[in-house]
Ligand binder design. Structure first.
Ligand SMILES: [Zn+2]
Ligand SMILES: [Zn+2]
Length: 279
């Protein structure tokens, strides 16, 4: 059995045929799906789906993109809303949360520059949620794009996180997590492995053989598979809507790059996902 550890079944792209998409995934051996939120509305929807389909779980969080939204205030009120969602049934992680310094052309934020002020707001938004994950004993789904140095520095400096833990709680130095849709360097990857993180690979690893260098330098015992559907559709379906049923194509690419057998990739990545999300 495969697990899709990052799939946006909560997005509009799936409103018309959600039951069929989940059924098709099952038929292709994708037995479990984790649905991350990107704002309050999509997190709420993720929780709803997870409480409707017994093979789905939810993560709740506000994506760093939304720091660009002038209506978003990082305050106690936001924390309370997230806490209410995060303590609901079948929520297994805070996510996706993180830092993103990429300017997305062709999006509603295409004219937004990545200023120091925006970086600071992203950091505050991230820390609020990262601390909440630690407080609630949840894993984290970390979104990081063109911000790996700042991200690693932030999660390494955990004094503020420890201070906020409930009294008497024995806790690891930081909440466990996955660097989803990994896009950092080999050097960053080595560091993250040492820190205990999992690495998520998606359909984009089928776009170029250059990915072999990065994928093969991640130990299989730390890799999880994810589609990030409806985005990042693997070859040969690139250009179409992505779906959780495409996970086997990503597993196949990981097998080719690492030299492991497909069954080894399947078994190990599923075991990893179960450990990370306790599902
Ligand atoms: Zn992401
Ligand atoms: Zn995503």
């Amino acid at each position: 059995m495969f697990i899709d550890t990052h799939c946006h079944l909560n997005f509009e792209a799936f409103t018309d045929d959600l039951p069929q998409v989940i059924e098709m995934a099952k038929e292709k051996g994708v037995g479990k799906i984790v649905i991350p939120g990107t704002d309050i509305a999509s997190s709420t929807r993720a929780v709803e789906i997870a409480n409707t389909y017994n093979n789905c779980w939810a993560a709740v969080g506000v994506h760093p993109h939304h720091a660009k939204d002038p209506d978003l205030t990082v305050d106690a009120d936001l924390k309370q809303q997230l806490k209410e969602l995060a303590t609901k049934n079948r929520v297994v992680a805070m996510g996706e949360i993180g830092l993103d310094y990429h300017v997305y052309r062709n999006s509603k934020y295409e004219n937004t520059e990545i200023t120091e002020e925006l970086k600071q707001k992203q950091l505050e938004l991230f820390l609020l949620q990262y601390e909440l994950a630690h407080e609630l004993n949840l894993s984290t789904i970390l979104h990081c794009r063109e911000a790996h140095d700042d991200m690693i520095q932030t999660i390494s400096n955990n004094s503020r996180i420890r201070e906020n833990l409930p009294a008497g709680r024995q806790a690891p130095s930081r909440p466990p997590g996955v660097f989803h849709c990994y896009g950092g360097s080999k050097k960053h990857l080595r560091l993250l492995i040492t820190m205990g993180y999992y690495i998520g690979f998606d359909g984009n690893i089928t776009y170029s053989p250059d990915w072999k260098t990065i994928v093969s330098s991640a130990p299989l015992a730390r890799i999880v598979l994810e589609t990030d559907a409806p985005y990042l559709t693997p070859v040969p379906f690139r250009g179409k809507r992505n779906e959780p049923m495409q996970i086997p194509l990503i597993a196949q690419a990981v097998a080719e790059y690492t030299g492991a057998s497909l069954s080894e990739v399947t078994e190990t990545t599923t075991k990893n996902a179960k450990t990370l999300f306790k599902i």
